[in-house]
Design a protein. Sequence first.
Lengths: 119, 107
Amino acid sequence: QVQLQESGPGLVEPSETLSLTCTVSGGSLRSYYWSWFRQSPGKGLEWIGQIFYSGGPRYTPALMSRVSISVDTSRNQFSLKLNSVIAADTAVYYCARGPLTVAGFFDSWGQGAMVTVSS
Amino acid sequence: DIQMTQSPSSLSASVGDRVTITCRASQNINNYLNWYQQKPGKAPKLLISAASTLQSGVPSRFSGSGSGTDFTLSINSLQPEDFATYHCQQSFASPYTFGQGTDLGIK
């Protein structure tokens, strides 16, 4: 059973860069897509972007100018960077495996990392 | 972006009840619709993919149906562990979008 774990600072100052890493255990990054999501307090889930194990990221247009996702297969990790953060970027950030198959679902998730943007 | 609208946004029910949650897409998404359950402080858990395919290990009291723009998640004979928030997600086109969630609470 693959397991995912987010790690990174829980507090980021406005205008700085949010950086999170997702470590995958119990399985390989190979042959899968991997995604990042966020969920603001009391709000719905938002897909941020995805990356294939060999690269080729895709992002939601709403964040495309500020976000980057990268992968490190040697460490079985993938990472998220969000630049120029504002208070509205405060959220729980999740990493997940997927989208999978034609159905495009996400079947394994990290426990989530709360990130607060504040000075 | 494809907009997903769930209704109701919240509902209360009792153990043993049958409940139905609706998800409507802003355009035809065929059957590219997935359902997740989320409990407080936890990550979403995949319940149903492709509108109606129950995931391994998910109790058979959960079922999904629909195609095109209108979809439903039904739960027969509610159990205490079913009280949670339910999200629909479309995978027809990127960016993948979710409904706002339906909070299922105990009456």
